[in-house]
Design a protein around this ligand. Structure first.
Ligand code: GLU
Length: 391
């Protein structure tokens, strides 16, 4: 076993003794899940999927479909049109609450059922099959393989989905969508019934972590902006009415579902998914939450942790062939990095003999924030002549 999988295995064994919580039973078919199942998967930038535990077990994606259908709606309609139909405020209420704004009737966010039904209604499609086809194709592109619907879970949810139907009727009465209620609700039930494994969810998570590019297939699935929008909504609303405390304690964008899946994203680092069917009082998997929390603590995943990278871009000084000096910049140049680069340049000015030409080569920077580059240029105005920036 490779060293990272060994770490994952250790985390899994640490949380295995937790046996609190109950398997969801309001959708009859979900109640048949084996409560002891436990799995974890992680996918990094090179697209290698590492997984341990019951990693081949398939379960229905449920609410974890919501961020990905939001991504599709954002791609098809753009942020403003999406926000015309659904808000972006944490609800502090359970997933199936009637969380609608007072006057407009707009659902508060796309991660609770009312908001997810509104989001699904935005997806183009002539009928349920057409719309569901587009949704399943998008989920599949995120996962990097063709996904399928579990027809028995779909039938079970559709047969017992009165509350979601009622929510959809309310939305329609407020003009949030116009088509037939059944078309929208059945599309939503079908999207919730897509079968995934923890490995699929980890790849889907990694696709969000790497700005919309699936690191396994190399395909761009959604734009970097859409991926960022989705992660923003997951950060504030992804863990039902525990979202605030989750951000505080664990600090990662995440989304859970009632079948026991949980997906969490360490932006630019890796995607994580865990699965275990017993749920706590908020509807989040007890053991999957503990797994992600442990990983976050040991791998520094908290979004608000401080990181060196932005403050310390690579600065490599060497003698230039044609005389003078060449300063090659690498990594990412943001506000804090500009300060560091300027300090190095000032030291050079102090130590080099007057008039030494210095070329600052910015071509190898992985990412440059435009404000940072203008700030660096402004620093040049204070430097003696002979400084030159190449981009
Ligand atoms: N299909 C489920 C429902 O709408 C999804 C709920 C969830 O995972 O939060 O009730």
């Amino acid at each position: 076993m490779d060293p990272i999988s060994a770490v994952l295995e250790r985390v899994l064994e640490e949380v295995r003794p937790l046996d609190a919580g109950e398997v969801a039973n309001y959708i009859p078919q979900l109640a048949t899940a084996d409560p002891d199942q436990l799995a974890l998967a992680v996918v990094g930038p090179r697209g290698r999927v590492r997984s341990v535990g019951d990693d081949r077990v398939q379960f229905t994606i449920q609410s974890i479909s919501k961020p990905f259908v939001l991504a599709l709606a954002l791609e098809e309609r753009g942020l403003d049109a999406v926000l015309d139909h659904v808000g972006a405020e944490p609800s502090g209420e359970p997933f199936n609450a009637i969380s609608l704004e007072d006057i407009t009737g707009r659902p508060v966010n796309p991660m609770v059922n009312a908001g997810a039904i509104a989001t699904t209604s935005l997806i183009e499609g002539t009928d349920v099959d057409d719309r569901t086809g587009r949704i399943v194709a998008t989920l599949s592109a995120f996962a990097g393989r063709s996904l399928w619907i579990d027809e028995s879970v779909y039938a079970s949810e559709s047969a017992t989905g009165d509350r979601n139907r009622a929510l959809a009727h309310l939305l329609r009465s407020h003009g949030i969508f116009e088509g037939p209620v059944d078309d929208t609700v059945e599309s939503y039930f079908r999207q919730c019934s897509v079968l995934v494994s923890v490995r699929d969810l980890a790849v889907m998570s990694a696709t969000l972590a790497f700005g919309g590019v699936n690191p396994v297939t190399g395909a761009r699935v959604v734009s970097e902006t859409s991926a960022r929008h989705v992660l923003s909504v997951m950060s504030s609303c992804g863990m039902y009415d525990f979202s605030g405390e989750w951000l505080l304690r664990v600090g990662v964008p995440a989304k859970s579902g009632v079948s026991g899946g949980l997906l969490a994203v360490a932006p630019s680092q890796f995607g994580v998914a865990a699965f275990s069917p017993r749920l706590d009082e908020h509807g989040n998997s007890v053991r999957a939450s503990a797994v992600v929390r442990t990983l976050s603590e040991s791998f520094g995943m908290h979004l608000l942790d401080t990181h060196e990278g932005l403050g310390a871009p690579g600065v490599h000084v060497q003698a230039n062939q044609g005389g003078g000096l060449r300063v090659t910049l690498g990594g990412e140049l943001g506000f804090a990095g500009t300060e560091r680069v300027a300090a190095v340049l000032r030291d050079l000015v102090g130590s080099a003999s007057a008039g030494t030409p210095v070329i600052v080569d910015a071509r190898e920077l992985g990412r440059v924030h435009p404000g940072a580059l203008s700030a660096l240029r402004a620093e040049f105005d204070d430097m003696p002549e002979g400084f030159q920036l190449t981009q």
